[in-house]
Design a protein around this ligand. Structure first.
Ligand code: ATP
Ligand code: MG
Length: 259
């Protein structure tokens, strides 16, 4: 059985973070493992608390996983501080981690900051060089490039700039742009993964779900292009199912594809 590891925060309401990642791995028939970077108190209505794990606790979990069950891919999500980022980067290098998908989580869907402002440069210097693909949303890409993204032309310019500046393959997600829900992959060449905006307010954890589905496909041996294509189809199906749980922006149905 292929194996995948998520290094991310915990969402007790189960829609995002490691809970979403593990469900996504399972839906793909991949054995999932998790290293918790932070325990958040959140639900579909917002984030009420963030309790970061100390670096040595994160490091110890990473050692336990990598020295026993080597993951065929690694998805990295919420990493709050420069210290946590450095600890993860060190372990990825030490164990020569493969197929690293970095979801550049900076702000929650509900607007809560999840990455300290001074940690952005640690993310780009320590984790970008170790990543096979990064998956910023519109707001995160704007922070990385320093200009506003209002159209698909802007998305292309931003994806190109991120690739040129950091030499990393980038999937810029268009879920927060008006109009379509189309994402652009740039790895020196552009590929669009086009989608219609589904009229469903329940999109808690779409980004976590997409990036862990990419990691699951990479673990199964897909190349990046086909992993992204399949992950985009998976997240679209999970939104389209129309699950409606909780009082706010509800979660997706991660197991829709098993039915
Ligand atoms: N309403 C929608 N209908 C269809 N696809 C969507 C919708 N909203 C987002 N997506 C898709 O979901 C994926 C995640 O994109 P999004 O831009 O929402 O990421 P994100 O902001 O990082 O998510 P999160 O809020 O979970 O962090 C992308 O493939 C995007 O195109
Ligand atoms: Mg996100």
């Amino acid at each position: 059985m292929k194996t995948a590891l998520t290094v991310a925060g915990s969402d007790p309401s189960g829609g995002a973070g490691i809970q979403a990642d593990l469900k996504t791995f399972a839906a793909h028939g991949v054995y999932g493992m998790s290293v918790i970077t932070s325990v958040t108190s959140q639900n579909t209505t917002g984030v009420f608390g963030v309790f970061d794990m100390p670096e040595n606790v994160i490091k110890s979990q990473l050692d336990a996983v990598f020295t026993d069950i080597f993951p065929n891919s690694v998805k990295i999500g919420m990493v709050s501080s420069a210290e946590i980022i450095k600890a993860i980067a060190e372990a990825l290098k030490k164990y020569n981690a493969k197929n690293v998908v970095l979801d550049t989580v900076m702000v929650s869907t509900s607007g809560c900051p999840l990455l300290k402002a001074d940690a952005v440069s640690a993310l780009t210097s320590y984790l970008f060089p170790l990543s096979d693909i990064i998956t910023p949303n519109i707001g995160e890409a704007e922070i990385l490039v320093g200009f506003e993204i209002k159209s698909e032309e802007d998305m292309l310019s931003a994806a190109k700039k991120i690739y040129d500046d950091y030499g990393v393959c980038v999937l810029l997600k268009g879920g927060h742009l008006d109009g379509a829900a189309s994402d652009i992959l740039y790895d020196g060449h552009e590929t669009w993964f086009r989608g219609e905006k589904i009229n469903n307010p329940n999109t808690h954890g779409t980004g976590c779900t997409l990036s862990s589905a990419i990691a699951a496909r990479l673990a199964l041996g897909y190349d990046i292009q086909s992993a992204v294509k399949s992950a985009k189809d998976y997240v679209t199906g999970a939104i389209d199912y129309g699950l409606n749980l909780g009082k706010g922006r509800g979660p997706l149905n991660h197991t829709w594809s098993l039915n």
